[in-house]
Design a protein around this ligand. Structure first.
Ligand SMILES: [Fe+2]
Length: 295
């Protein structure tokens, strides 16, 4: 084996993986070492900086438990989560774009009837959400499953405030009708900070970044024979649309939430007048045999 040298450090280390039986593991480790060594050489990393990096990663791991995943947060604020997500769900503009799942889909959404109000705590601006699920040729997807969850008017998910919010507040699993249409009542979500009391929060502070995500409703939409999409519906007048702490915003997912002042319509849909409204159509791609295998 070649002895270690500054000039050929990456080649020496990647050479040690020559007998890795799994070709993908070999490819991943080889590229990782090449990029790590190039990084260390480019910045001429000091021993103090190396020690600080090890300490940071140690504290990141120590912050993780059953309900807190600081490493995912780190991946999020470095844009790696969104990059992996985007590469793995390329739509070529032919279906609704995806975005990060986020950490708050930790409980199953309760099945709800069309039109149900998922805002169980009675706080916030009432909002009517309507939409239609279709396939790539515009075919309506009857019976599509529409799973939604969102933060409340204070910017918290139910699981973050188990003693404050009703159980399963602002969550629902809806089934689209024969025309692929769905509708439900809720409130306009609020922007909120990602958990920032750990090492990732300190990273944001020390780089002059804020921890906020713009207001959004989470969606997972699924229909047999089609590729499910995990995405967000963003509120177009929310702060931080152009500076999402986790880089989750895509232009195609932003919608206006106009105010409707129409007592007759309000009575018809069972909301106080006036109310906000938003329409969000979701288009799915047909699944390939590979997708079905993966599922
Ligand atoms: Fe969220």
């Amino acid at each position: 084996m070649e002895l270690f040298s500054e000039e050929r450090s990456a080649e020496v280390v990647t050479g040690s993986f020559a007998h890795t039986p799994d070709p993908r593991l070999k490819q991943l480790l080889t590229a990782l070492v090449q990029h790590l060594h190039a990084f260390v050489k480019e910045v001429e990393l000091t021993e103090e900086e190396w020690g600080a990096a090890v300490d940071f990663l140690t504290r990141t791991g120590q912050k993780c438990d059953d309900v807190r995943q600081e490493f995912v947060l780190l991946s999020d604020v470095l844009g790696v989560s969104m990059l992996v997500e985007t590469i793995n769900h390329r739509t070529r503009g032919t279906s609704t774009e995806s975005t990060v799942l986020g950490p708050f889909h930790m409980v199953e959404s309760p099945p709800r009837e069309p039109g149900d109000n998922i805002a169980l705590d009675g706080k916030g601006e009432p909002c009517l959400v309507t939409g239609q699920v279709s396939g790539p040729d515009g075919e309506p997807l009857a019976g599509a499953q529409v799973d939604v969850w969102q933060a409340n008017a204070d910017g918290f998910y139910d699981v973050q405030q188990p003693d404050v919010q009703p159980e399963r507040n602002l969550r629902g699993l809806f089934t689209a009708d024969d025309d692929g249409r769905f509708w439900f009542r809720t409130i306009v979500p609020r922007y909120y900070p990602i958990p920032d009391d750990g090492p990732v929060g300190r990273l944001l502070t020390s780089t002059g970044r804020h921890p906020y995500r713009p207001a959004h409703v989470h969606f997972i939409v699924d229909a047999p024979g089609y590729r499910p999409v995990t995405t967000h519906l963003f509120v177009d007048d929310s702060p931080h649309l152009d500076s999402d702490a986790v880089f989750g915003v895509k232009e195609s997912l932003i919608r206006p939430f106009p105010l409707v002042d129409d007592p007759a319509r309000a009575a018809e849909v069972g909301l106080p007048n006036p109310f906000r409204t938003v329409h969000f159509d979701v288009a799915l791609l047909r699944s390939s045999a590979d997708d079905e295998d993966a599922r």
